[in-house]
Design a binder for this molecule. Structure first.
Ligand code: GDP
Ligand code: IMO
Ligand code: MG
Length: 480
Protein backbone atom coordinates (compact mmCIF):
# COMPACT_ATOMS: atom_id res chain seq x y z
CA UNK A 1 0.00 0.00 0.00
CA UNK A 2 1.18 3.55 -0.75
CA UNK A 3 2.21 5.78 2.15
CA UNK A 4 -0.88 6.90 4.04
CA UNK A 5 -1.89 10.48 3.29
CA UNK A 6 -1.55 12.99 6.09
CA UNK A 7 -4.70 12.81 8.19
CA UNK A 8 -4.85 16.55 8.99
CA UNK A 9 -4.32 18.43 5.73
CA UNK A 10 -4.31 22.20 5.55
CA UNK A 11 -7.48 23.61 3.85
CA UNK A 12 -5.52 24.57 0.72
CA UNK A 13 -4.09 21.04 0.48
CA UNK A 14 -7.46 19.37 0.90
CA UNK A 15 -8.01 18.60 -2.79
CA UNK A 16 -4.62 16.94 -3.06
CA UNK A 17 -5.27 15.07 0.18
CA UNK A 18 -8.55 13.63 -1.12
CA UNK A 19 -6.95 12.64 -4.45
CA UNK A 20 -4.13 10.91 -2.55
CA UNK A 21 -6.60 9.17 -0.27
CA UNK A 22 -8.64 7.85 -3.22
CA UNK A 23 -5.45 6.60 -4.92
CA UNK A 24 -4.26 4.93 -1.73
CA UNK A 25 -7.57 3.16 -1.15
CA UNK A 26 -7.74 1.98 -4.76
CA UNK A 27 -4.22 0.60 -4.55
CA UNK A 28 -4.97 -1.11 -1.20
CA UNK A 29 -8.09 -2.76 -2.63
CA UNK A 30 -6.10 -3.95 -5.65
CA UNK A 31 -3.32 -5.52 -3.61
CA UNK A 32 -5.87 -7.13 -1.26
CA UNK A 33 -7.51 -8.80 -4.27
CA UNK A 34 -4.19 -10.04 -5.54
CA UNK A 35 -2.90 -11.23 -2.15
CA UNK A 36 -3.34 -14.92 -1.36
CA UNK A 37 -4.72 -16.05 1.99
CA UNK A 38 -7.11 -14.16 4.23
CA UNK A 39 -8.45 -10.87 2.87
CA UNK A 40 -7.13 -7.77 4.61
CA UNK A 41 -10.69 -6.82 5.52
CA UNK A 42 -10.77 -9.79 7.91
CA UNK A 43 -8.02 -8.15 9.95
CA UNK A 44 -9.37 -7.41 13.39
CA UNK A 45 -12.34 -9.77 13.13
CA UNK A 46 -10.60 -12.13 15.58
CA UNK A 47 -9.80 -10.61 18.94
CA UNK A 48 -6.06 -10.06 19.21
CA UNK A 49 -4.02 -10.26 22.43
CA UNK A 50 -4.53 -7.20 24.53
CA UNK A 51 -1.34 -5.24 24.84
CA UNK A 52 -0.88 -4.91 28.56
CA UNK A 53 2.67 -4.15 29.56
CA UNK A 54 4.46 -7.36 30.47
CA UNK A 55 7.91 -7.38 32.04
CA UNK A 56 10.76 -9.82 31.46
CA UNK A 57 13.43 -9.86 34.15
CA UNK A 58 16.83 -11.23 33.17
CA UNK A 59 20.29 -11.22 34.73
CA UNK A 60 22.75 -9.10 32.74
CA UNK A 61 25.98 -10.39 34.31
CA UNK A 62 26.91 -13.89 35.57
CA UNK A 63 23.79 -14.46 37.66
CA UNK A 64 23.02 -13.57 41.29
CA UNK A 65 22.33 -9.94 40.39
CA UNK A 66 19.27 -9.81 42.66
CA UNK A 67 16.62 -11.01 40.18
CA UNK A 68 14.61 -12.68 42.97
CA UNK A 69 14.36 -9.48 44.99
CA UNK A 70 13.22 -7.44 41.99
CA UNK A 71 10.74 -10.08 40.76
CA UNK A 72 9.26 -10.27 44.26
CA UNK A 73 9.00 -6.46 44.37
CA UNK A 74 7.18 -6.40 41.02
CA UNK A 75 5.10 -9.56 41.61
CA UNK A 76 2.30 -7.95 43.59
CA UNK A 77 1.39 -5.98 40.45
CA UNK A 78 1.59 -8.95 38.10
CA UNK A 79 -1.15 -11.50 37.46
CA UNK A 80 1.26 -14.32 36.65
CA UNK A 81 4.98 -14.95 37.18
CA UNK A 82 6.62 -17.38 34.75
CA UNK A 83 9.99 -19.16 34.87
CA UNK A 84 11.04 -19.95 31.30
CA UNK A 85 14.53 -21.50 31.38
CA UNK A 86 17.11 -23.07 33.67
CA UNK A 87 16.19 -25.29 36.56
CA UNK A 88 17.11 -25.62 40.23
CA UNK A 89 20.60 -24.32 39.46
CA UNK A 90 19.02 -20.91 40.16
CA UNK A 91 19.05 -19.50 43.67
CA UNK A 92 16.80 -16.47 44.17
CA UNK A 93 16.71 -14.85 47.60
CA UNK A 94 13.72 -12.83 48.78
CA UNK A 95 13.75 -10.87 52.02
CA UNK A 96 10.42 -9.77 53.41
CA UNK A 97 10.70 -8.36 56.93
CA UNK A 98 12.12 -11.12 59.13
CA UNK A 99 11.46 -13.86 56.56
CA UNK A 100 14.07 -15.02 54.05
CA UNK A 101 12.86 -17.21 51.17
CA UNK A 102 15.32 -19.08 48.97
CA UNK A 103 13.80 -20.27 45.72
CA UNK A 104 15.47 -22.43 43.10
CA UNK A 105 12.71 -23.82 40.94
CA UNK A 106 9.51 -22.12 42.00
CA UNK A 107 8.83 -18.71 40.46
CA UNK A 108 9.37 -15.91 42.98
CA UNK A 109 5.72 -14.85 42.58
CA UNK A 110 4.63 -17.77 44.74
CA UNK A 111 5.57 -15.83 47.89
CA UNK A 112 3.05 -13.05 47.15
CA UNK A 113 0.45 -15.68 46.13
CA UNK A 114 0.61 -14.59 42.47
CA UNK A 115 -0.17 -17.31 39.89
CA UNK A 116 3.22 -18.95 39.36
CA UNK A 117 4.07 -21.00 36.31
CA UNK A 118 6.97 -23.21 35.32
CA UNK A 119 7.22 -22.94 31.54
CA UNK A 120 8.28 -25.60 29.04
CA UNK A 121 11.80 -24.13 28.75
CA UNK A 122 12.65 -25.16 32.32
CA UNK A 123 14.25 -28.52 33.13
CA UNK A 124 12.43 -29.93 36.12
CA UNK A 125 13.77 -32.23 38.84
CA UNK A 126 10.57 -33.66 40.38
CA UNK A 127 12.26 -34.55 43.68
CA UNK A 128 13.82 -31.11 44.02
CA UNK A 129 10.38 -29.65 43.31
CA UNK A 130 8.81 -31.69 46.11
CA UNK A 131 11.54 -30.65 48.57
CA UNK A 132 11.17 -26.98 47.69
CA UNK A 133 7.39 -27.01 47.97
CA UNK A 134 7.65 -28.74 51.36
CA UNK A 135 10.20 -26.18 52.57
CA UNK A 136 8.14 -23.20 51.44
CA UNK A 137 4.92 -24.57 52.87
CA UNK A 138 6.85 -24.84 56.14
CA UNK A 139 7.43 -21.08 55.85
CA UNK A 140 3.70 -20.50 55.44
CA UNK A 141 3.58 -20.11 51.64
CA UNK A 142 0.40 -21.51 50.04
CA UNK A 143 1.08 -23.67 46.97
CA UNK A 144 -1.82 -25.41 45.22
CA UNK A 145 -3.09 -26.04 41.68
CA UNK A 146 -4.92 -22.70 41.82
CA UNK A 147 -1.73 -20.66 42.11
CA UNK A 148 0.88 -23.00 40.66
CA UNK A 149 1.18 -24.82 37.32
CA UNK A 150 3.87 -26.76 35.46
CA UNK A 151 4.09 -27.10 31.68
CA UNK A 152 3.26 -30.67 30.71
CA UNK A 153 5.97 -30.49 28.02
CA UNK A 154 8.81 -29.71 30.46
CA UNK A 155 11.81 -32.05 30.21
CA UNK A 156 12.73 -33.84 33.45
CA UNK A 157 16.06 -33.91 35.27
CA UNK A 158 16.60 -37.51 36.37
CA UNK A 159 19.02 -38.94 38.97
CA UNK A 160 21.52 -40.11 36.34
CA UNK A 161 21.74 -36.54 34.94
CA UNK A 162 23.02 -35.41 38.32
CA UNK A 163 25.48 -38.34 38.39
CA UNK A 164 26.79 -37.50 34.93
CA UNK A 165 27.21 -33.81 35.80
CA UNK A 166 29.34 -34.80 38.81
CA UNK A 167 31.33 -37.48 36.95
CA UNK A 168 32.26 -35.05 34.17
CA UNK A 169 33.23 -32.27 36.54
CA UNK A 170 35.44 -34.60 38.57
CA UNK A 171 37.08 -35.98 35.43
CA UNK A 172 37.73 -32.45 34.11
CA UNK A 173 39.83 -31.54 37.15
CA UNK A 174 41.17 -27.98 36.84
CA UNK A 175 39.31 -27.56 33.52
CA UNK A 176 35.91 -28.04 35.13
CA UNK A 177 33.03 -25.63 34.41
CA UNK A 178 32.19 -25.37 38.09
CA UNK A 179 28.55 -26.33 37.57
CA UNK A 180 25.99 -26.35 40.34
CA UNK A 181 25.96 -30.16 40.07
CA UNK A 182 22.20 -30.25 39.53
CA UNK A 183 22.28 -32.21 36.26
CA UNK A 184 21.23 -29.19 34.18
CA UNK A 185 23.60 -29.75 31.23
CA UNK A 186 22.90 -33.47 30.77
CA UNK A 187 19.12 -32.87 31.02
CA UNK A 188 19.18 -30.18 28.30
CA UNK A 189 21.38 -32.47 26.16
CA UNK A 190 18.73 -35.18 26.36
CA UNK A 191 16.01 -32.67 25.52
CA UNK A 192 17.67 -31.52 22.29
CA UNK A 193 18.80 -35.10 21.64
CA UNK A 194 15.08 -36.04 21.57
CA UNK A 195 15.34 -38.69 24.25
CA UNK A 196 14.11 -36.79 27.32
CA UNK A 197 11.36 -37.98 29.61
CA UNK A 198 8.90 -35.14 30.02
CA UNK A 199 6.25 -34.22 32.57
CA UNK A 200 3.46 -35.57 30.31
CA UNK A 201 5.20 -38.97 30.22
CA UNK A 202 4.48 -39.32 33.94
CA UNK A 203 0.84 -39.93 33.01
CA UNK A 204 1.85 -42.70 30.57
CA UNK A 205 4.56 -44.64 32.35
CA UNK A 206 3.31 -47.87 30.73
CA UNK A 207 4.35 -46.42 27.35
CA UNK A 208 7.85 -45.44 28.36
CA UNK A 209 9.77 -48.41 26.93
CA UNK A 210 10.77 -46.95 23.51
CA UNK A 211 12.02 -43.75 25.16
CA UNK A 212 13.85 -45.70 27.81
CA UNK A 213 15.58 -47.70 25.08
CA UNK A 214 16.88 -44.49 23.48
CA UNK A 215 17.81 -42.97 26.80
CA UNK A 216 19.62 -45.98 28.22
CA UNK A 217 21.47 -46.72 24.95
CA UNK A 218 22.94 -43.21 25.15
CA UNK A 219 23.62 -43.05 28.87
CA UNK A 220 24.83 -46.60 29.40
CA UNK A 221 27.63 -46.00 26.88
CA UNK A 222 28.62 -42.78 28.67
CA UNK A 223 28.41 -44.42 32.07
CA UNK A 224 30.55 -47.33 30.92
CA UNK A 225 33.23 -44.80 29.95
CA UNK A 226 33.27 -43.65 33.56
CA UNK A 227 33.26 -47.24 34.88
CA UNK A 228 29.66 -46.87 36.11
CA UNK A 229 26.98 -49.60 35.89
CA UNK A 230 24.10 -49.23 33.39
CA UNK A 231 20.94 -47.37 34.41
CA UNK A 232 18.71 -49.49 36.61
CA UNK A 233 15.49 -49.27 34.56
CA UNK A 234 13.26 -50.91 37.14
CA UNK A 235 14.45 -48.58 39.85
CA UNK A 236 13.95 -45.57 37.56
CA UNK A 237 10.38 -46.62 36.73
CA UNK A 238 9.66 -47.24 40.42
CA UNK A 239 11.02 -43.79 41.32
CA UNK A 240 8.98 -42.11 38.58
CA UNK A 241 5.85 -44.02 39.59
CA UNK A 242 6.28 -42.85 43.17
CA UNK A 243 6.61 -39.13 42.23
CA UNK A 244 4.25 -39.03 39.20
CA UNK A 245 1.01 -38.01 40.92
CA UNK A 246 2.76 -35.32 42.92
CA UNK A 247 3.91 -33.56 39.73
CA UNK A 248 0.82 -34.33 37.66
CA UNK A 249 -1.37 -32.46 40.12
CA UNK A 250 0.10 -29.23 38.70
CA UNK A 251 0.75 -30.31 35.10
CA UNK A 252 -1.17 -28.72 32.25
CA UNK A 253 -0.69 -27.10 28.83
CA UNK A 254 0.42 -23.81 30.39
CA UNK A 255 0.57 -22.06 27.02
CA UNK A 256 -3.23 -22.35 27.03
CA UNK A 257 -3.57 -20.93 30.53
CA UNK A 258 -1.18 -18.10 29.65
CA UNK A 259 -3.09 -17.36 26.47
CA UNK A 260 -6.24 -16.97 28.57
CA UNK A 261 -4.43 -14.78 31.09
CA UNK A 262 -3.10 -12.58 28.31
CA UNK A 263 -6.46 -12.34 26.52
CA UNK A 264 -8.04 -11.19 29.77
CA UNK A 265 -5.62 -8.26 29.70
CA UNK A 266 -3.58 -9.47 32.64
CA UNK A 267 0.08 -8.65 33.22
CA UNK A 268 2.74 -11.33 32.99
CA UNK A 269 6.11 -11.12 34.71
CA UNK A 270 8.75 -13.44 33.23
CA UNK A 271 11.49 -14.44 35.68
CA UNK A 272 14.83 -15.29 34.12
CA UNK A 273 17.46 -17.38 35.85
CA UNK A 274 21.27 -17.07 35.54
CA UNK A 275 22.49 -14.14 33.43
CA UNK A 276 23.36 -13.20 29.85
CA UNK A 277 27.07 -14.01 30.35
CA UNK A 278 26.02 -17.58 31.19
CA UNK A 279 23.88 -17.85 28.03
CA UNK A 280 24.86 -20.87 25.94
CA UNK A 281 25.24 -18.67 22.83
CA UNK A 282 26.16 -15.23 24.10
CA UNK A 283 28.01 -16.11 27.30
CA UNK A 284 31.58 -17.02 28.14
CA UNK A 285 31.38 -20.36 26.32
CA UNK A 286 32.12 -23.07 27.38
CA UNK A 287 31.91 -21.65 30.91
CA UNK A 288 28.17 -21.15 30.66
CA UNK A 289 24.95 -22.88 31.60
CA UNK A 290 23.07 -25.01 29.05
CA UNK A 291 20.11 -22.77 28.29
CA UNK A 292 19.56 -19.44 26.55
CA UNK A 293 19.18 -16.88 29.29
CA UNK A 294 18.46 -13.90 27.03
CA UNK A 295 15.06 -12.21 27.02
CA UNK A 296 13.81 -13.86 23.81
CA UNK A 297 13.72 -17.20 25.61
CA UNK A 298 10.75 -15.93 27.64
CA UNK A 299 8.60 -16.48 24.55
CA UNK A 300 9.95 -19.87 23.47
CA UNK A 301 10.16 -21.14 27.04
CA UNK A 302 6.59 -20.33 27.97
CA UNK A 303 4.56 -20.86 24.80
CA UNK A 304 3.81 -17.22 24.07
CA UNK A 305 4.98 -15.23 21.06
CA UNK A 306 7.79 -12.66 21.11
CA UNK A 307 5.40 -9.73 21.49
CA UNK A 308 4.58 -10.99 24.99
CA UNK A 309 8.07 -10.27 26.28
CA UNK A 310 7.34 -6.57 26.87
CA UNK A 311 9.68 -4.35 28.90
CA UNK A 312 13.00 -6.15 29.28
CA UNK A 313 14.36 -5.35 32.73
CA UNK A 314 18.03 -6.31 32.96
CA UNK A 315 19.31 -6.75 36.51
CA UNK A 316 22.88 -5.62 37.13
CA UNK A 317 24.86 -5.43 40.35
CA UNK A 318 26.70 -2.16 40.97
CA UNK A 319 29.85 -4.33 40.81
CA UNK A 320 30.44 -7.79 39.32
CA UNK A 321 30.42 -11.35 40.69
CA UNK A 322 30.78 -14.79 39.25
CA UNK A 323 30.50 -18.34 40.69
CA UNK A 324 32.28 -21.20 38.98
CA UNK A 325 35.14 -21.16 36.48
CA UNK A 326 35.74 -18.97 33.45
CA UNK A 327 37.05 -15.57 32.41
CA UNK A 328 36.32 -12.51 34.54
CA UNK A 329 38.27 -9.43 33.37
CA UNK A 330 37.60 -7.15 36.37
CA UNK A 331 38.07 -9.84 39.04
CA UNK A 332 39.83 -8.54 42.16
CA UNK A 333 41.86 -11.11 44.03
CA UNK A 334 42.94 -8.55 46.62
CA UNK A 335 41.48 -6.96 49.73
CA UNK A 336 39.03 -4.89 47.65
CA UNK A 337 37.54 -8.07 46.17
CA UNK A 338 37.45 -9.52 49.68
CA UNK A 339 35.65 -6.42 50.95
CA UNK A 340 33.04 -6.52 48.17
CA UNK A 341 32.41 -10.21 48.95
CA UNK A 342 32.03 -9.58 52.68
CA UNK A 343 29.87 -6.47 52.40
CA UNK A 344 27.72 -8.08 49.69
CA UNK A 345 27.52 -11.50 51.46
CA UNK A 346 28.65 -13.06 48.22
CA UNK A 347 28.10 -16.74 48.85
CA UNK A 348 26.07 -18.88 46.44
CA UNK A 349 22.43 -19.52 47.40
CA UNK A 350 22.48 -22.99 45.82
CA UNK A 351 25.94 -24.36 46.57
CA UNK A 352 27.24 -21.98 49.27
CA UNK A 353 30.36 -21.37 47.16
CA UNK A 354 32.22 -18.10 47.59
CA UNK A 355 31.50 -15.80 44.65
CA UNK A 356 34.41 -14.15 42.84
CA UNK A 357 34.10 -10.33 42.99
CA UNK A 358 35.29 -7.39 40.88
CA UNK A 359 34.50 -3.85 39.70
CA UNK A 360 31.55 -3.04 37.47
CA UNK A 361 32.30 -3.96 33.87
CA UNK A 362 30.40 -1.56 31.60
CA UNK A 363 31.60 -3.34 28.45
CA UNK A 364 29.96 -6.60 29.49
CA UNK A 365 26.70 -5.05 30.62
CA UNK A 366 26.49 -2.91 27.46
CA UNK A 367 26.92 -6.09 25.42
CA UNK A 368 24.31 -7.96 27.50
CA UNK A 369 21.85 -5.11 27.02
CA UNK A 370 22.44 -5.17 23.27
CA UNK A 371 22.10 -8.92 22.72
CA UNK A 372 19.08 -9.13 24.97
CA UNK A 373 17.25 -5.97 23.94
CA UNK A 374 17.22 -4.58 27.46
CA UNK A 375 14.76 -1.69 27.87
CA UNK A 376 15.94 -0.62 31.31
CA UNK A 377 18.30 -1.74 34.06
CA UNK A 378 17.70 -2.38 37.74
CA UNK A 379 20.99 -1.54 39.43
CA UNK A 380 21.25 -3.57 42.64
CA UNK A 381 23.51 -3.66 45.69
CA UNK A 382 24.53 -0.01 45.38
CA UNK A 383 24.86 0.00 49.19
CA UNK A 384 27.76 -2.47 48.96
CA UNK A 385 29.86 0.33 47.43
CA UNK A 386 29.26 2.67 50.42
CA UNK A 387 32.48 3.81 52.08
CA UNK A 388 34.97 3.24 49.25
CA UNK A 389 37.39 6.16 48.72
CA UNK A 390 37.51 5.47 45.00
CA UNK A 391 35.46 3.27 42.71
CA UNK A 392 36.47 1.90 39.32
CA UNK A 393 34.43 1.11 36.24
CA UNK A 394 35.76 -0.90 33.30
CA UNK A 395 35.18 1.05 30.08
CA UNK A 396 37.09 -1.03 27.52
CA UNK A 397 39.70 -3.75 27.10
CA UNK A 398 43.25 -3.97 25.86
CA UNK A 399 44.07 -7.15 23.94
CA UNK A 400 47.58 -7.63 22.53
CA UNK A 401 48.03 -3.89 21.95
CA UNK A 402 44.53 -3.32 20.53
CA UNK A 403 41.68 -1.51 22.25
CA UNK A 404 38.33 -3.34 22.25
CA UNK A 405 34.91 -1.92 23.04
CA UNK A 406 33.30 -5.39 23.22
CA UNK A 407 33.97 -8.81 24.74
CA UNK A 408 35.44 -11.12 22.10
CA UNK A 409 33.94 -14.59 21.52
CA UNK A 410 37.02 -16.80 21.90
CA UNK A 411 37.72 -18.07 25.40
CA UNK A 412 41.49 -17.47 25.07
CA UNK A 413 40.85 -13.82 24.14
CA UNK A 414 38.30 -13.51 26.91
CA UNK A 415 40.85 -14.77 29.41
CA UNK A 416 43.54 -12.41 28.12
CA UNK A 417 41.74 -9.06 27.85
CA UNK A 418 42.97 -6.42 30.29
CA UNK A 419 40.38 -4.01 31.64
CA UNK A 420 40.75 -0.27 31.04
CA UNK A 421 39.42 1.56 34.07
CA UNK A 422 37.93 4.91 34.78
CA UNK A 423 38.19 5.99 38.42
CA UNK A 424 35.66 8.03 40.37
CA UNK A 425 35.49 9.33 43.92
CA UNK A 426 33.34 7.14 46.12
CA UNK A 427 30.94 8.32 48.87
CA UNK A 428 31.17 7.99 52.63
CA UNK A 429 27.46 8.36 53.39
CA UNK A 430 25.20 5.31 53.54
CA UNK A 431 22.82 4.45 50.72
CA UNK A 432 21.56 1.30 52.50
CA UNK A 433 17.78 1.37 52.74
CA UNK A 434 17.34 4.47 50.55
CA UNK A 435 13.92 4.53 48.91
CA UNK A 436 14.12 7.70 46.89
CA UNK A 437 16.64 9.23 44.53
CA UNK A 438 16.73 12.32 46.75
CA UNK A 439 18.09 10.18 49.63
CA UNK A 440 21.23 9.28 47.67
CA UNK A 441 24.54 11.11 48.11
CA UNK A 442 25.54 13.27 45.12
CA UNK A 443 28.53 11.03 44.36
CA UNK A 444 26.33 7.91 44.25
CA UNK A 445 24.03 9.67 41.78
CA UNK A 446 27.09 10.54 39.68
CA UNK A 447 28.09 6.86 39.70
CA UNK A 448 24.60 5.74 38.58
CA UNK A 449 24.58 8.34 35.81
CA UNK A 450 28.03 7.33 34.58
CA UNK A 451 27.05 3.67 34.53
CA UNK A 452 23.93 4.54 32.56
CA UNK A 453 25.96 6.50 30.01
CA UNK A 454 28.52 3.74 29.57
CA UNK A 455 26.02 0.90 29.17
CA UNK A 456 23.89 3.04 26.84
CA UNK A 457 20.75 1.86 28.61
CA UNK A 458 18.56 3.78 31.07
CA UNK A 459 18.46 2.79 34.73
CA UNK A 460 14.86 2.14 35.74
CA UNK A 461 15.33 0.95 39.33
CA UNK A 462 17.99 1.07 42.03
CA UNK A 463 18.09 -1.43 44.89
CA UNK A 464 19.70 -0.45 48.17
CA UNK A 465 19.26 -3.52 50.42
CA UNK A 466 18.00 -7.12 50.30
CA UNK A 467 14.67 -5.98 51.74
CA UNK A 468 11.73 -5.89 49.29
CA UNK A 469 10.78 -2.23 49.85
CA UNK A 470 14.29 -0.75 49.77
CA UNK A 471 13.98 0.01 46.08
CA UNK A 472 14.08 3.31 44.19
CA UNK A 473 11.75 3.57 41.23
CA UNK A 474 12.90 5.78 38.38
CA UNK A 475 10.80 4.41 35.54
CA UNK A 476 7.97 1.93 36.14
CA UNK A 477 8.55 -1.12 33.89
CA UNK A 478 4.83 -1.92 34.08
CA UNK A 479 3.66 1.47 32.83
CA UNK A 480 1.67 0.99 29.62
P1 GDP B 1 19.46 -13.78 41.99
O1 GDP B 1 19.97 -15.15 41.74
O2 GDP B 1 19.71 -12.86 40.86
O3 GDP B 1 18.03 -13.75 42.44
O4 GDP B 1 20.33 -13.20 43.20
P2 GDP B 1 20.69 -13.99 44.56
O5 GDP B 1 19.48 -14.01 45.42
O6 GDP B 1 21.38 -15.27 44.28
O7 GDP B 1 21.81 -13.03 45.14
C1 GDP B 1 21.57 -11.69 45.43
C2 GDP B 1 21.83 -11.47 46.93
O8 GDP B 1 21.88 -10.10 47.19
C3 GDP B 1 20.72 -12.01 47.81
O9 GDP B 1 21.26 -12.43 49.03
C4 GDP B 1 19.81 -10.81 48.02
O10 GDP B 1 19.09 -10.86 49.23
C5 GDP B 1 20.83 -9.71 48.06
N1 GDP B 1 20.39 -8.41 47.54
C6 GDP B 1 19.54 -8.13 46.52
N2 GDP B 1 19.48 -6.80 46.30
C7 GDP B 1 20.31 -6.23 47.20
C8 GDP B 1 20.72 -4.88 47.44
O11 GDP B 1 20.31 -3.93 46.79
N3 GDP B 1 21.63 -4.68 48.45
C9 GDP B 1 22.14 -5.71 49.19
N4 GDP B 1 23.03 -5.42 50.13
N5 GDP B 1 21.79 -6.98 48.96
C10 GDP B 1 20.90 -7.24 47.98
P1 IMO C 1 20.79 -17.48 39.46
O1 IMO C 1 19.45 -17.67 38.79
C1 IMO C 1 25.11 -17.82 39.24
C2 IMO C 1 26.73 -21.11 36.85
C3 IMO C 1 27.49 -22.19 37.59
C4 IMO C 1 28.49 -22.58 36.53
C5 IMO C 1 27.67 -22.48 35.24
C6 IMO C 1 27.10 -23.81 34.76
O2 IMO C 1 20.75 -17.67 40.92
O3 IMO C 1 21.41 -16.21 39.03
P2 IMO C 1 25.05 -25.30 35.56
O4 IMO C 1 24.80 -25.97 36.88
O5 IMO C 1 24.00 -24.33 35.17
O6 IMO C 1 25.38 -26.26 34.48
O7 IMO C 1 26.42 -24.45 35.80
O8 IMO C 1 26.62 -21.60 35.52
N1 IMO C 1 25.36 -20.85 37.35
C7 IMO C 1 25.02 -19.77 38.07
N2 IMO C 1 25.78 -18.77 38.56
N3 IMO C 1 23.77 -17.80 39.40
C8 IMO C 1 23.00 -18.77 38.88
O9 IMO C 1 21.65 -18.72 38.90
C9 IMO C 1 23.63 -19.85 38.22
N4 IMO C 1 23.18 -20.97 37.62
C10 IMO C 1 24.24 -21.56 37.08
O10 IMO C 1 28.12 -21.69 38.75
O11 IMO C 1 29.51 -21.62 36.45
MG1 MG D 1 21.22 -16.58 42.58
Amino acid sequence: MADAPHPNPSPEGEGLYLRNLAAALASAAKSAKAAPGPRWSFWGSVQQDSIMANVTVIGSQWGDEGKGKIVDWLASRADAVVRFQGGHNAGHTLVVGEQVYKLSLLPSGIVTGTLSIIGNGVVLDPWALRDEITKLRGQGVAINPENFAIADNCALILPFHRDLDALRETAAGAGKIGTTGRGIGPAYEDKVGRRAIRVCDLAHLDKLEPQLDRLTAHHDALRAGFGEPPIDRERLIADLTEIADYVLEYAQPVWKRLKKVRKAGARILFEGAQGVLLDVDHGTYPFVTSSNTVSGTAAAGSGLGPSAVGFVLGIAKAYTTRVGSGPFPTELEDEIGQRLGERGHEFGTVTGRKRRCGWFDAVLVRQSCAVSGVTGIALTKLDVLDGFDTIRICTGYRLRGKILDYFPAHSADQAEVEPIYEEMDGWQETTAGARSYADLPAQAIKYIQRVQELIETPIALVSTSPEREDTILIRDPFSD
